[in-house]
Ligand binder design. Sequence first.
Ligand SMILES: [Zn+2]
Length: 396
Amino acid sequence: MHNTIRHPMLKPALRRGWRDLRTAQFGVTPAHAIVLGPLDTATARLLHLLDGTRGLPLLREEASRMGLADGQVDQLLARLVAAGLLDDATGGGEAAQALRERGGPALDRLRPDLAALSMVSREPGGALGRLAARRTTRVQVRGLGRVGAAVAAMLAGAGVGGVDVRDGGCVEPWDVAPGGLPPESVGGRREEAARRLVRRCAPGRLPRLIRPGRSASAPGPGPGRQPRTEPGFSLVVLAPREGLDGYAPDPAAAEHLMAAGTPHLYAGVIEGTGVVGPLVLPGASACANCLELGRAERDPDWPRLVAQWRSGPSRPVPSGELALSTAVAGLVAGHALAFLDGESPASTGARWEASLPDLAWSVRRVEAHPDCRCGASGGGEGGSHDVREQHETMAG
Ligand SMILES: [Zn+2]
């Protein structure tokens, strides 16, 4: 595998430290830190040469000058690849190379995002490959209040290729938020203001990439999640300004998404509670109807209450504390990006909630309901989407 590496580079995002003379630790936090050893002195010195500036022939030459036997460079590289520690300054495929050559200042803005992607992609050059795949995805964000507008801005800023925004009406003073709609947009059409925001937050001109599924020369099953159909969306984020529609979503409102098989992610802030999830993978993980059926089972009065809330007088000023709304937006954007990058974020078939004033995030699993026609509960355990064991932290 390492034979395909051209300019090997230790992942620059990981701090290096020595536990003893022969044992190196790469990275600080338990999530991504790796301990490598034992390493002999010459091999340890060789690590310093892996900064992406040397091709393999030069590395082998320098290694033999340092007294390493033939093949030791390759052995070390294989070991580093196996440990997920190696990047390739020129790897990641054609699309990654195009980004590298023509990305310029736009790519500079995405450096921290690339560094983070290198933590989750094991293959050398994989981070840039993932970023290139992100450029081919399209997301729609519905609901452009404090949460939705900030989500759209973040997705655009993180390099998602297409961010479509949907909402009616005009920007109200209370829609304004740092990272979201700016004060000068008040009074203007919400969609137009959000479109301007998305354009402003996008990292800049990046080369246009071939959209997978459109061209036979598109890269194979890359790390990125590919749109199911053109001109469909890879993901729809539902962040209704009316908090109840995010907390107790009406299944009828998502019927077309279910029918089209479009993955969608619910989010919102209601009263003093922020909600992220569930991410619905139609037919594979619990949907809004599963959520509603499950709730009615645990609390038989729930449907009566929801009916009253839905038909009650609408509250013109939504309740959503600024920091909580921003935290919800950040988590939603993070889960959306993880999904687009081909991962299974923790909101898949689950819901994260944080309430004022302690704001501790807790997770509750949203089970696929056997009576729901979405099919997620059929065939056992909601397909291949892993949802970790969770404990319930609240009733209802
Ligand atoms: Zn369902």
